[in-house]
Design a protein around this ligand. Structure first.
Ligand code: UDP
Length: 259
């Protein structure tokens, strides 16, 4: 049965879902950075991001912080709710890193006086420029009331995720969230967390060694990305050794039997 492809993105494909108002989110192995200037296919990356994101979104759902995630389908795919996605990326920061350091001349790893929430306009052609709430409400991308909801959901998610990662020896330095509107016939539209939460969209530093265990390994050509993502999955207790799934490598006992 061929599925209807609704969207083919840099790292994910969306297909029409089996139930009304649902989609199937498929995680590819493609990794991109710097607005697609850098691209590589890293075997197993999609499976790990799917697995980690599925776990983190389930934790948020269970705590009443609603996300688009419905259920896991297979190693690379999850069933999600179809939302009207806001054209805004929301970044929450707990420690200085990345673009914040460049912009304000801070040292990476400096602690911040409090968690900081930033907004970026989702536009590849403009390179996702930073914007303020003023732009978002003036251009009608979200209402004032929706922005209150965005702030509240982002900070609650930050509390939950920071605690969850700290419990397994990782600092959640910063992360990116996307939000979408659920148009429920019986109620007024509400906002849900969308997209993914994974080492691709978070900065995760080992508490003891300060080693990076996130996409900066790819952005900065440091190597060891899959090993780091596997370690994050292992610490969260969601690692399954089926990374080469689809390639059908014979298991060791099968090789012995054949040879
Ligand atoms: N981030 C992301 N997608 C983007 C931009 C940023 O997932 O398109 C995440 C990034 O992984 C980091 C956080 O948002 O965890 C803050 O990123 P920053 O603004 O420092 O940008 P960078 O310099 O990493 O592009």
């Amino acid at each position: 049965m061929t599925r209807r492809r609704v969207y083919d993105g840099k790292t994910k494909v969306l297909y029409e879902g089996p139930e009304p108002d649902t989609l199937v989110q498929h995680f590819k192995d493609d990794a991109t950075a710097f607005n697609k200037e850098k691209h590589a296919i890293i075997e197993g990356r999609g499976v790990l991001n799917n697995r980690i994101s599925e776990y983190l979104l389930t934790c948020l759902n269970n705590l009443g912080i609603q996300t688009h995630f419905i259920r896991a389908l297979n190693m690379r795919e999850q069933l999600i709710r179809k939302l009207d996605i806001l054209p805004v990326e929301v970044v929450v920061r707990n420690m200085a890193a990345g673009s914040l350091c460049k912009r304000l001349g801070l040292e990476e790893g400096e602690s911040l006086p409090r968690s900081i929430v930033e907004f970026y306009y989702k536009s590849d052609s403009l390179g996702d420029p930073m914007i303020s709430e003023e732009h978002i409400t003036a251009f009608g991308w979200a209402s004032h009331q929706e922005m209150d909801e965005v702030m509240s959901l982002a900070l609650r998610a930050n509390d939950v995720l920071s605690g969850l990662f700290l419990a397994v020896g990782l600092h959640l330095v910063d992360f990116k969230l996307e939000f979408g509107r659920l148009n429920d016939e019986d109620a007024s539209p509400r906002l849900l967390i969308a997209d993914e939460i994974s080492p691709d969209s978070c900065r995760l530093w080992d508490v003891a060694t300060k080693n990076r265990m996130d996409k900066d390994l790819f952005r900065r050509d440091m190597g060891g990305l899959i090993e780091a993502y596997k370690e994050v999955a292992r610490r969260l207790g969601v690692y399954v050794d089926q990374i080469g799934e689809g390639r059908k490598k014979p298991a060791l006992w099968e090789v012995k039997k054949q040879g």
